[in-house]
Write a protein that binds this ligand. Structure first.
Ligand SMILES: [Zn+2]
Ligand SMILES: [Zn+2]
Length: 81
């Protein structure tokens, strides 16, 4: 199990600079030369969790907004007569 701070590219043990990759692999990743995860990941630095809300995982969304987003108002209150 790779420990935190090590590039996730196989066989690479350099220090992580972004998205779980070292500087060299991060550049390759940005250039589209690294295999991308099946799901889009959270945009928070060093976070590899799948996105839950917008571009953030649930943890980071809550960290930034203070709470999870309200459920869509499926049953919006309507004045019935
Ligand atoms: Zn690397
Ligand atoms: Zn996150």
């Amino acid at each position: 199990m790779a420990k935190d701070g090590t590039c996730k590219a196989s066989g690479c043990t350099r220090q992580v600079v972004g998205k779980g990759y070292c500087r060299k692999h991060y550049r390759m990743w940005k250039a589209g030369e690294m295999p991308k995860p099946r799901y889009k990941t959270c945009t928070a630095e060093n976070c590899h969790k799948p996105r839950a809300y917008g571009s953030l995982c649930e943890e980071h969304f809550i960290a930034r907004r203070g709470k999870a987003p309200a459920a869509p108002a499926a049953a919006a209150p309507q004045a019935s007569s």
